[in-house]
Design a protein around this ligand. Structure first.
Ligand code: NDP
Ligand code: MG
Length: 391
């Protein structure tokens, strides 16, 4: 029996993780859960799974949740300290890091330091803290299983050892991208898209922020950096290929000319279950892939003119140090501003470019450097938006 701490339980990854836990009660027990402010959703989860601990983002949300769940044995808590404490409980074997954005960094690091198996959905924590994150993983000898479907596919396409996937004889990593909802749109057409249009992903059902990132291709940019940290490569060793059907979730090209891929219907329950059960597999109730029905798979190069975020991410990697935290912070502010109707869709990449080129990146010697860079970049981005300066 594996004890699970689920960070970001009320989100899209959270829901798919709960589905896997519910399908396999003999294998998994939900020990603890967290959310920010979604009290109703959290109450439903607590009443169904009766976890030992539930953490909300504020005292108000905690109090409201406790009221709705009266009579349950669950301990209702709130705030950063509680979040960093639930990941370390002795009953917890695995921590699903599925908080959205930079906010996931501290609890994910706490889970690494507690020596738990890390199921990493929260790509922003790895992108921003990069080397420090990977150093902690090595120091505490934890299993780090990527949940992001592409990285999970790469992991599955590598030779497996008792210590995890092993990178040997690899010539290139091929990271696939769906291209998002505006893959075939002109810049002119994209200029006036609404948040609702941008959130409507052709193949995946996901949270708002990652859906917007998929539409701007910043998601692929973050994933490029994520792949570099996870698999010890540089952007030059990763080819991004647009594959609109999202059936091949990524590939590994070997020195002998072989290419190994992982395929499946686009459903996050597959990579989630793989991470939770590695090196074994369990049923997920995802319909089997029928290649005859799919019939055709297409591939094309990404268009960096229309989707400059992908290039910005590679630039940030080569700049090094806090550049990736700066870019991520700019993007979180930009996506939020777009969702609030304060900037246009194409302004997201423009703001990212402006912040990355204006805020100086420094080398990272401690975690504080990452938090400082995040703060400075956020303030700068917010300032640009509130001044209404042209981008
Ligand atoms: P959602 O927006 O659906 O859910 C986010 C979760 O994080 C919610 O539980 C939310 O709580 C919580 N949360 C948000 N902000 C904070 C905060 N400041 N402090 C604490 N908790 C917070 O996101 P997704 O599930 O789509 O994505 C989660 C992570 O997984 C992201 O990093 C994303 O990039 C990654 N990912 C997601 C995929 C997907 O298919 N959805 C695929 C690959 C990666 P509340 O509901 O209360 O706001
Ligand atoms: Mg992905």
């Amino acid at each position: 029996m594996q004890g699970i701490c689920l960070l970001g339980a009320t989100g899209s990854i959270g829901q798919s993780t709960l589905d896997i836990i519910a399908q396999h009660p003999e294998k998994f027990e939900l020990i603890s859960v967290s959310a920010n402010e979604s009290v109703e959703k959290m109450a439903t989860i607590c009443l169904r799974f009766k976890p030992q601990r539930a953490v909300m983002g504020s005292k108000k949300a905690r109090d409201e949740l406790a009221k709705q769940c009266e009579g349950l044995p669950t301990s209702f808590e709130w705030g950063d300290e509680a979040l960093e404490s639930i990941v370390a409980d002795s009953a917890v074997d695995q921590v699903m890091a599925a908080i959205m954005g930079f906010a996931g960094l501290r609890p994910t690091l706490a889970a690494i330091r507690a020596g738990k198996r890390i199921l990493l959905a929260n790509k922003e924590s790895l992108v921003t803290a990069g080397k420090l994150f990977m150093d902690e993983v090595e120091q505490h000898k934890v299993m780090l299983l990527p949940i992001d479907s592409e990285h999970n596919a790469i992991y599955q396409s590598l030779p497996q050892t008792s210590l995890g996937a092993h990178q040997k004889d690899v010539s290139k990593i091929i990271l696939t991208a769906s291209g998002g909802p505006f893959r075939t749109w002109s810049l002119q057409e994209m200029a006036s898209v609404t948040p609702a249009q941008a959130c409507k992903h052709p193949n995946w059902s996901m949270g708002q922020k990652i859906s917007i990132d998929s539409a701007t291709l910043m998601n692929k940019g973050l994933e490029l950096i994520e792949a570099c940290w996870l698999f010890g490569v540089t952007p030059d060793e990763v080819d991004v290929v647009v594959h609109p059907e999202s059936i091949i979730h990524s590939m590994v090209s070997y020195i002998d000319g072989s290419v190994i891929s992982q395929m499946g219907n686009p459903d996050m329950k597959i990579p989630i279950a793989y991470g939770m059960t590695w090196p074994d597999r369990v049923e997920t109730q995802v319909p089997a892939l029928n290649l005859v029905d799919v019939a055709k798979l297409h591939f094309e190069s990404p268009d960096l003119e229309r989707f400059p975020n992908l290039k910005l991410a590679a630039d940030a990697w080569f700049m090094g140090g806090t550049a990736m935290a700066i870019l991520n912070a700019a993007n979180e502010v930009a996506v939020d501003a777009f969702l609030q109707g304060n900037i246009d869709f194409l302004d997201i990449a423009k703001l990212n470019e402006k912040v990355l080129s204006s805020v100086d990146a420094v080398s990272v010697s401690a975690l504080d450097d990452v938090f400082e860079a995040d703060l400075v970049a956020r303030r700068f981005a917010q300032d640009v938006i509130s001044r209404g300066s042209s981008l």
